[in-house]
Design a protein around this ligand. Structure first.
Ligand SMILES: NC(=O)c1ccc[n+]([C@@H]2O[C@H](COP(=O)([O-])OP(=O)(O)OC[C@H]3O[C@@H](n4cnc5c(N)ncnc54)[C@H](OP(=O)(O)O)[C@@H]3O)[C@@H](O)[C@H]2O)c1
Length: 336
């Protein structure tokens, strides 16, 4: 009997490791999320009927979140600054799902106007009665060198990405702790785990979010059904580079570059919804080499510094030459 167990383990363990190696090379998420997508709950079963508030819903990841959540049958609160874009997203949701007009509330909101957040939250609660999931997605990136960028850019990045997110969370969380149930999901970034040249302020704001939500999660341990999740995507197709801060406030990015080689938005959002449906606390969503990058930063920092310096140098060189900085990470165009 003992002999059978030993020989079973002899085959099982290498097979288990081989499967993980294959998934690592071919995969686009961390192992927890990967297993959740293979054997976990399906988003359409877990998210149907839930009230989900998405910030940054007027483009990119937030827009796609709205579309996929609508297909799952979630009721939606859509927020961002541009009301006309939110209405366009709402129309698309209604045309491609079974939702009715009253199932989607368009709630324009500026994350930097913190004084308005209490009233906006009350409006959402009055409309639906409660909020099941808040997805803190709205935010902007950065494309500028620290030596050249105004300090105002750093203030704006922290005000928007960090304090804006904390402020909305501060308003929504008490309703969830009162009910004893709910999820706060925050879109951080690979830049929340690793250092990223040309994005010192952005990376700092996402590191701040990581620290904040990791601490908050522990603080909420007496509410076992209130979940805190952070999502760390690598490069994803969206308007993020186009909308990034530069060295001066209100100065547009000169070369947004081609976004085609990045992870398709629909894939990133699908994995996010799998993670949310399965209560995954931290999700790494990235194609290689970014996934490797995350693991390196987590487990082998010395190797991570080697990679960061090598790729970072290329990224800065591209930027100074007026090329798309992000293309430093890819040797060929990625379309899927
Ligand atoms: N795409 C990537 O490669 C990537 C990678 C890692 C993490 N992320 C994160 O993913 C999130 C979504 O970004 P994205 O890639 O989808 O970029 P995006 O297409 O530029 O979308 C950003 C969204 O944020 C909203 N927003 C910007 N400033 C705002 C403000 N002051 N108040 C309220 N909403 C505001 C924008 O809407 P309005 O302009 O209408 O306000 C827009 O809906 C961000 O947090 C970003 O850091 C993206």
């Amino acid at each position: 009997m003992e002999c059978c167990i030993v020989s079973a383990l002899w085959y099982f363990i290498p097979l288990y490791l081989l499967i993980h190696l294959l998934f690592f090379v071919r995969g686009d998420s961390d192992f927890t999320l990967m297993w959740a997508s293979l054997v976990g709950h399906r988003p359409e079963n877990k998210l149907k009927g839930l009230v989900v508030w998405v910030t940054g819903a007027s483009s990119g990841i937030g827009e796609e979140l709205a579309y996929q959540l609508a297909k799952c049958g979630s009721r939606l609160i859509l927020s961002a600054r541009r009301e006309d874009e939110l209405k366009r997203v709402k129309r698309h949701c209604l045309e491609h799902s079974d939702l009715q007009d009253e199932d989607i509330l368009v709630l324009p909101l500026d994350l930097m106007e913190r004084m308005s957040h209490e009233e906006k939250t009350k409006t959402a609660i009055q409309y639906f009665g409660h909020i099941d999931i808040l997805i803190n997605n709205g935010g902007r990136s950065q494309r500028s060198l620290f030596l050249e960028a105004s300090i105002d850019v750093y203030q704006a990045l922290m005000e928007l990405n960090f304090l804006g997110t904390v402020s909305i969370t501060k308003q929504v969380l008490p309703y969830m702790t009162q009910r004893g149930i709910g999820s706060i999901v925050t879109v951080s970034s690979v830049a929340g785990l690793a250092g990223v040249p040309l994005a010192t302020g952005y990376s700092a704001s996402k590191h701040a979010l990581q620290g904040f939500f990791n601490s908050l999660r522990t603080e909420l341990s007496e509410y076992p059904k209130v979940f805190i999740s952070t999502v760390c995507p690598g490069p994803v197709q969206s308007q993020i580079v186009h909308n990034a801060f530069t060295d001066e406030l209100n100065k547009p990015v000169a070369v947004p570059g081609d976004q085609e080689y990045k992870m398709p938005t629909s894939r990133c959002v699908h994995l996010m919804l799998v993670g949310i449906a399965n209560g995954v606390q931290e999700m790494w969503i990235a194609q290689q080499p970014f996934l490797l990058f995350n693991y390196a930063w987590q487990y082998t920092p010395t190797f991570a510094w080697f990679l960061t310096k090598m790729l970072g140098r290329k990224r800065v060189r591209n930027f100074k030459a007026g090329l798309d900085a992000d293309s430093a990470y890819f040797t060929k165009t990625k379309t899927s």
